[in-house]
Design a protein around this ligand. Structure first.
Ligand code: XMP
Length: 513
């Protein structure tokens, strides 16, 4: 692992993961840890600088989250953002108060004036737009600090003590609305912390391979491959590290998109490892027979998946390690409280009970999704696989409303392939977050040639989203929708109607079940 690290202390703000991604985009390794991380752990982590994030609290309230005051004596540069800035200020002797309505309280894009002698703003224009979102402000700044930015409403938009290398900004440099936010973070990393920018995926690959080899030794590892980005990249990385000591089990549940199973197999064809493809389509179909209720469908697929995987695992024999494609956002989010269950998500690679293994290995647990994709490219996985849009574990089964049958799977596969081809042909693949066809359980009357038809209606769906928690439907060009519709009705037997879904999430969800 690189020697140069930034530690980000998390006060619960909504942009906190974004701060971490931005730091890494500047090729500096960082981790996000809770704000009350003990001093001893911080010392052990040995960061070259600290960032305090924003958060929903007010620093003057008695139970406001705070850092160990010893943190200010570590001699490390600190950048406080929003709540982090107010905390820095208050703990070092400044005064933070609620802003009166219309005075120093700000929300949204704000024209801001900078002192470009401050290292944080070095080389940037003296005036630009920042993204503000605060109801408190610093009425008095601590001794040793000076003002480094202001806006019309807020005289204390940024502060600095360059001697101790403490910096605080009231706005959010991590969001794109702050015009020079990326450069400000870069200044903090390179000018203030002295970063060299040595965090690259090529470097990560080398270090990860060495670490996996050391950990696994002469042992054996077992991996459930779904064909999704995470498990595929984990498989390629593990294969590079331990070759034949790795067994990958690819359970083809027969609910994949057109040609997908063969593409996954081809991507791993030449690699040193034991690759087992299990064509379990008929078995899943049998299990799904008569099942129409969405949660039951999801549960049946999840259980069947584990069972098939376990059977394969038993045949392969005991493994020392079970490999999982867990990525960093899962690790960070698992610390949060339980949310209401809207759908029971199923990800292949869930824990089998009847497969013997000693330990779980998560070689991607420190990477963000875009870094996982980059690593996949480094490892030579095909672009189609690496840049694949998200695809749910239960596959096409939750895009077929009602009972899943072989005939319906055929219809959906063909229609979905056409829609995806048309999106790609229009050059829109990179701009739509997720797009697919679904098969409704609606049949309706149509006229084809001179005859009457009574066939299925296919729904097309495309959404725009950053986090998939909320999503807006994509305003696709009519011409594109028209081409997709004409082709689907002409080329896919059994379809006489095509609908476009214009519902956002909420109130709908992305998938249909
Ligand atoms: P929803 O339908 O909940 O989908 O709005 C949000 C995102 O999650 C994906 N999704 C799943 N992914 N296993 C997965 O791995 C699942 O069971 C599952 N269900 C939904 C969905 O494709 C979308 O990207």
């Amino acid at each position: 692992m690189t020697e140069q690290k930034i530690l980000i202390l998390d006060f619960g703000g909504q942009y906190n993961q974004l701060i971490a991604r931005r730091v890494r985009e500047h090729h500096v390794y960082c981790e996000l840890r809770p704000y009350d991380t003990p001093l001893e752990e911080i010392r052990r982590f040995a960061p070259m600088g600290l960032i305090f994030t924003g958060g929903p609290n007010s620093v003057y309230l008695p139970d406001a989250p705070r850092v160990d005051p010893g943190i200010f004596a570590l001699g490390l540069p600190i950048l406080g953002i929003c709540y982090g800035c107010q905390l820095l200020s208050q703990m070092l002797g400044g005064r933070v108060v609620p802003a009166q309505a219309d005075s120093a309280r700000e929300y949204g894009k704000t024209e801001t004036f900078f002192d470009t002698d401050c290292a944080l703003f070095k080389g940037l224009p003296g005036q630009s737009v920042t993204w503000m979102s605060h109801g408190d402000y610093m009425a008095r700044i601590p001794a040793g600090f000076r003002l480094a930015a202001h806006s019309a409403a807020c005289p204390t938009a940024a502060i600095c003590d360059e001697e101790r290398r403490f910096y605080g900004v009231q706005f959010h440099p991590e969001v794109n609305h702050t015009a020079y936010g990326s450069q400000m973070l870069r200044n903090f990393l390179y000018e203030i912390c002295g970063a060299a920018g040595d965090w690259t995926m090529a470097g990560y690959r080398e270090q990860a391979v060495a670490a996996i080899r050391e950990k696994v030794g002469g042992g054996r590892a077992l991996l459930a491959l779904s064909g999704g980005v995470d498990s595929s990249v984990a498989a390629a990385l593990m294969a590079e590290a331990i070759g034949e000591q790795l067994s990958c089990v690819f359970v083809d549940h027969g609910l994949l998109r057109k040609d997908e199973g063969d593409e996954v197999e081809a991507a791993f064809a030449g690699r040193a490892m034991h690759f087992h493809r299990i064509d379990a389509g008929p078995r899943f179909l049998a299990r799904l027979s008569g099942v129409t209720e969405p949660e039951q469908k999801r549960k049946a697929i999840g259980e069947e998946f584990i069972r098939v995987f376990e059977e394969a695992g038993r045949q392969i024999g005991a493994a020392d390690f079970l490999v999982q494609g867990t990525i960093y956002p899962d690790v960070i989010e698992s610390g949060k409280g339980p949310a209401a269950v809207i759908k029971s998500h199923h990800n292949v690679g869930g824990l089998p009970e009847h497969v013997a293994f000693r330990e779980i290995l998560e070689p991607l647990r420190l990477l963000f999704k875009d870094e996982v994709r980059q690593l996949g490219r480094e490892l030579g996985l095909p672009e189609a696989l690496v840049s694949r849009q998200p695809f749910p574990g239960p596959g096409l089964a939750i895009r077929i409303i009602g009972e899943v049958t072989e005939e319906k799977l055929r219809i959906l596969r063909e229609a979905d392939a056409i829609f995806r081809q048309e999106i790609a042909a229009a050059g829109l693949a990179g701009q739509c977050s997720q797009y697919f066809a679904a098969l409704t359980n609606l049949r309706s009357v149509g006229v084809m040639g001179d005859g009457r038809s009574y066939d299925w209606a296919v729904a097309l769906r495309s959404v725009q989203t950053g986090d998939f928690m909320t999503a807006d439907w994509t305003r696709l060009p009519y011409e594109l929708l028209d081409r997709a519709s004409v082709r689907i009705v002409n080329e896919v037997r059994g379809v006489n109607r095509v609908l476009y879904d214009i519902t956002s999430k909420p109130p709908a969800t992305v998938e249909y079940e």
